[in-house]
Every structure is written in structure tokens, then in C-alpha cells.
Design a protein around this ligand. Structure first.
Ligand code: ZN
Length: 94
């Protein structure tokens, strides 16, 4: 059963630049360059987390430096395959 992670209001995280291979992260696919980046460690640590809430997340892409706004529904839960940001990742299948 997935744990819910609720976002409210405006949240301005910093994109993570160093990912640990095999670890789970929450992030987005950049609206500008379509690269995937992480903003948070998955608090569950196993991809069993479901972002919810009506909050807005404003974050700057670490790849192309575009600042865009996202919602919890846009959020990806993924396992880092490599230490490099922007590599292909596999979204959680639930
Ligand atoms: Zn980008």
C-alpha cells in the first residue's frame, strides 16, 4: 500500500544533482527539455509513495535551468539507475 505524500501551497525545492544509484526519488520531467530530475528522496525508500494534494511545486531544472511549475499529479516516483541526472528512468509501476 502506497503512502500518501501531500503537497499544499507553493513549494520551492532545489533539484537534486547527486543521485545514489538504486535509491528512490521524487521528481519531475522538465516541461522544457523533458529530462527527468529529482527534488526529494522517497520517504518510503521503496517507490511506494503517492504524491497528492493541490500544491504547486516551482523548481528550476538542473539540466536546462528552466523554472517551471508542477503539481503533485506531475510528480514521478523513480529509482535512480545511475548517478547522473537526466538519464532514462523507470517510473514506478505501483
Ligand atoms: Zn529542463
Amino acid at each position: 500500500m502506497a503512502a500518501e505524500l501531500e503537497f499544499r501551497g507553493l513549494f520551492r525545492p532545489q533539484a537534486m544533482r547527486q543521485l545514489v544509484p538504486g535509491s528512490w526519488y521524487l521528481g519531475f520531467r522538465c516541461q522544457s527539455c523533458h529530462e527527468t530530475f529529482a527534488i526529494l528522496d522517497d520517504p518510503a525508500g521503496n517507490g511506494e509513495v503517492e504524491p497528492t494534494g493541490a500544491g504547486v511545486i516551482e523548481v528550476t531544472c538542473p539540466v536546462c535551468a528552466a523554472a517551471n511549475r508542477y503539481t503533485a499529479g506531475d510528480m514521478l516516483v523513480f529509482q535512480s539507475a545511475t548517478a547522473m541526472a537526466g538519464q532514462e528512468v523507470t517510473p514506478s509501476g505501483g
